[in-house]
Design a protein around this ligand. Sequence first.
Ligand code: GAL
Length: 666
Amino acid sequence: MSALSRVTGGRLRFGGDYNPEQWPRSVWAEDVRLMRRAGVNMVTVGVFSWASLEPRPGARDFGWLDHVLELLHSGGIDVCLATPTASPPPWMGVRHPETLPRDENGLTVWYGSRQQFCASSPVYREYARRITEDLAQRYGSHPALRLWHVNNEYCTFCWCDETARHFRRWLRERYGSLEALNTAWGTAFWSQRYDGWEEIIPPRRAQYLRNPSQLLDFQRFTSDALLECFTGERDILAAHTPDIPVTTNFMPLWRGQDGWRWAAEEDVVSVDIYPDPRAGWESPDGPAHGALVQDLTRSQAGGPWMLMEQAAGPVNWRGVNHPKPPGLNRLWSLQAVARGADAVCYFQWRQSRQGSEKFHSGMVPHAGERSRTFQEVCGLGADLARIGPEVAGTGVTAQVALLHDWHSWWAGDQPGRPSSELDYTRVLTSWYQALWEENLLTDLAHPEHDLSRYPLVVLPHLYLLSDTALDSLTAYVRGGGTLVCGYFTGVADGDDRVREGGMDARLRDLLGIAVLHEWWPLHPEDGLTLDDGTPAGLWSEELDTVPGNAVTVLARYADGELAGRPAVLRNRFGAGTAWYLSTQPGHGALRRLLADAAATAGVAPVLPGLPDGVEAVRRGDLLFLLNHRRSPVTVPLPLPGTDLLTGTRHTEEVRLDRHGVAVLRS
Ligand code: GAL
C-alpha cells in the first residue's frame, strides 16, 4: 500500500487549510457543519499556529487544538496536522534576533509577516524540533490524524553569519579542499582566490557581477539547508508515528528548491497550484500552466500526488484579482485529478476577515453559505465523492518525457549570459504548451533518469548538463530513442564551466554538429524566418553540421546574419534519432515539429483530432475530457462510454458545456 493510499483510504481527499484560531469558538461547530455539507473529508490544521500553540518560549497551549480535533473527528472529518514552523512567533525574533534572516545587504528581515527564519539557525531548529516533538507526542495517536504537513512552502533565503558558517561546512563536504573549491569556482578570474575557508561568504551584495559558480553553489546549499529543516522535522514525526505519512507543500514550478531531491525525501508529494502570476484565469495559457505543474508533481511523486492548495475564487496578490468564473474551479480541480491528484484542497477553508489575506478567497467566502463559490465547492465535493473510488490510486501513463533540472535553471538564468531574454521557465512552458496542445501526455524527468521507457524525449533548454546526463542521453538515443533538443543546451558542466567548444563534444556528436561557432541571441523585436517559412525568434546559433549523410538539415535561416546556415537538424545516431532546434520556432511550428517527432517515434495523442481548447487525459481506464473554452463543444468519441459524473451513456460524441468535464468509462 502506498503512503498516499494510507491517507486517502481509496477515495479522493477534499478539503483545505483550516485556521480556526482566527475565529471565535462559536464558528467552529458551524465550520464542521458546512464541511460536511460540502463533502470535505480532510482539513489541514495548524499551518501558521505557532504563536497560538507556544504563546511564550516553552509554554504550550494545546487546549484549543484538542477541541478542534475532537470537533472535526466527531464530524467525520480527518486531519492533516501541520507543524507550525513556517511562522515563528514574534518573541523568537525579540529574544533570538539571530533566528531572523538577513538579506544580501545584511539587513534584517523582520517578523510581522511570515517565514522569517534562518534555516541555518540552531536556535530556530531547536525550537522547531521541540514543538514538532510535542505535537507528535500529543496527537500522534489521535484517530483523526491521517497526514503530517511540515512547515509551508519552504522558500526563504538568508545571507547572515550563521549561514556563512553553514555554507562553509557544506562546501568543505562538497569539495574536500580549498584548492578544489578554487578550481571549481574559477577564482583565478578577478583575483577571487580564497586562501582560507573563513574568507568564504554567501554571495552578498557586491560591486559588480558575482562569481557564477558561487551563486550556483549558494542556491544548491540553500535548497539543502531548507531540506535539512524538513528532514529534521520529518524524522521526529516518523519516529512517533511510522504509519502516518509526511509531506511538505511545494510551490508551482518554484525555483528555490531542487524538487527532484526534495520529493525523494517525502512520503507523499504535494503542491500548491495558483496560476502563473504572468498569466491570469483569463489567459489561454492558464490550463497548460496547471497541467505542467500537475505533470511535474506526478513525475516527482512517481504516481498519485496531492493538490494541497488552490484558490476557490480570487487571490489577492496579483494586480487585479478576479473571481473564477462559474465552472472554472471545478474544471481545474478535475484537471488535477485527471493528471494524477488524489486530493483536491484549498487555501483556505473560511476566508479571513482580518490579516494580509482577507481579500483572498476561501471555500467559504465572506458571502457565506449562500454564495456561488460555496455552492460550487459543494458541487465539486459531490463530484469527487462520485468518481473517487474509481480514480484514487490509479496511474497516468505518458510516453513523452520533458527534461527539467533545477541546477540547470539556477546556472542558466544568472546575469552575465549571452541574453537576458532567455528565461528558463518561459522556454520550458512554451515547449510544454506545444505538447499539451497536441494532446501528448507528458511526464517530466531529470536528464540523469533512465529514459528508456519513453519513445520520445524532449529537452527544450538545459544550459548545464552533467557528464552522467550526457552519457544517459547518448545511451538513450543510441539505443533507439528519439530526442528533440533545443538551443543553448549542454553548454556548461556541473561547476558552470563552459564545455570545450561551447557545447559538449558528446552532445555535438549526438546532434550532428561539427562546430558551434557562436550563439546569436535576438532582441524581442527581431524575428527571423527559416527557409520553410517558419517564423522564429529569441535565439539563433551559427553552426556547421558534421559532413556525411547521417544529419539532415530540415530548415536553414532565411534571413539575418545567419542566412543560409543550418537552423533545424535531424541526425541518425546509433539506432535512434536526435533533432536539434538552434532557435525558438513560432508556436504553431513548434507544435507541428513536436507532433512530427512524436509520430515518427510512434507516440499517439490521447485522442486524435480534438478541438483546440479541449484536453483529453487518460487516467487508469478512465478518459477525462475537459473543455477549457468559454463555449460548449462537441467531442467525437472513438468508443462509447458512460460519464461517471452524470451516469449518462454516450455513444458517438459528448457535448461539453462551457468549462464542462466528462469522465468516461469505456
Ligand atoms: C500560498 C500559501 C498560503 C496562502 C496562499 C495564498 O502560497 O501557502 O498560506 O498564502 O499562498 O494564495
